[in-house]
Design a protein around this ligand. Sequence first.
Ligand SMILES: *Cc1c(COP(=O)(O)O)cnc(C)c1O
Length: 335
Amino acid sequence: MDLPAVNLPARVSLARLPTPVEASPRLGAALGLELLYKRDDLTGLELSGNKARKLEYLVAAAEAEGADTLVTCGGVQSNHCRATAFAAAKRGLRAIVLLRVVDPAHPPAPEANVLLDRLAGAEIRWVSHEEYRRRTEVLARVADEARAAGRRPYVIPEGGSSALGSLGYVLAMAELRAQLPAAWRDGSLTIAYAAGSGGTGAGIELGVRLLGWRGAHPLGFAVCNDEAYFRATIAGICADARRRWPALPEVRTEEIAVDDRFIGPGYAQATAAGLEIIRRAAREDGVLLDPVYTGKAMLGLAARAAEAGGLPGRRVVFLHTGGAFGLFPFAAALA
Ligand SMILES: *Cc1c(COP(=O)(O)O)cnc(C)c1O
């Protein structure tokens, strides 16, 4: 990988890399695109998806400071919490995951990612939506409790979306660029991805600039929150990263492209159109998308492909960030 020298921190190996780049056999053409999938859903099985790349840096930092417990948070079906639970299991650490639910007194059935969190031995703490809004404080309190109980906790923010976690996607951009056909490296292309907590977007924005990759146009599709929120969040993570690793490039808020028109009713809530594009990807390309993230990103990409000037060209790399376990809570709606 031709990544300019930035002196990135140490990482542990958790993701199966490089992930493949595959042409879409049919769906891309049906959308009028030359479409490639970057299969980051294949970073692993238990540790699948984009969180595996972030955790390589986060777990290395936790271990370097002698931590024995990873503490993190997410929605009830959080892929990040599940990946963290398995990262902990693989490294001989413990995990405490704070999962957001409507009523902590009546937690949901252990299905999909919740089942996997349990299997991996994570300690689950149910938190209300109201507590979750104060998650930084609640994470710190849980870490204090763990410390009082003689453990050495390391707090990972929501989605692993800190400056450190985002470095996983700086490396991923170098990996992707090296895998593309020469014509794709030099011409104009869109890098489409789902944006949830912003760390992936931050790594992509930093990575393409660090590589001097002029033709690459990252385009995030929001799965919650609006465009202004994501531009500010992604720019904030990038600025943080640049403070810690000054060789990283500057990313300006106004340069960050995020489309927030495909969220539907809200986070982890699907629309009929969103479910339909998941069926199409499965049937036409043999690829599993998910209702919470990648389905919304593909729906957005399909819409942009049909709009005049919706994309800077016809070439698109769709970053498949994983999330397949998130299909199961939608079984009734999808079947
Ligand atoms: C977490 C997640 C995302 C969003 O990534 P962020 O870095 O949080 O923006 C996208 N897709 C899947 C499947 C995820 O689990």
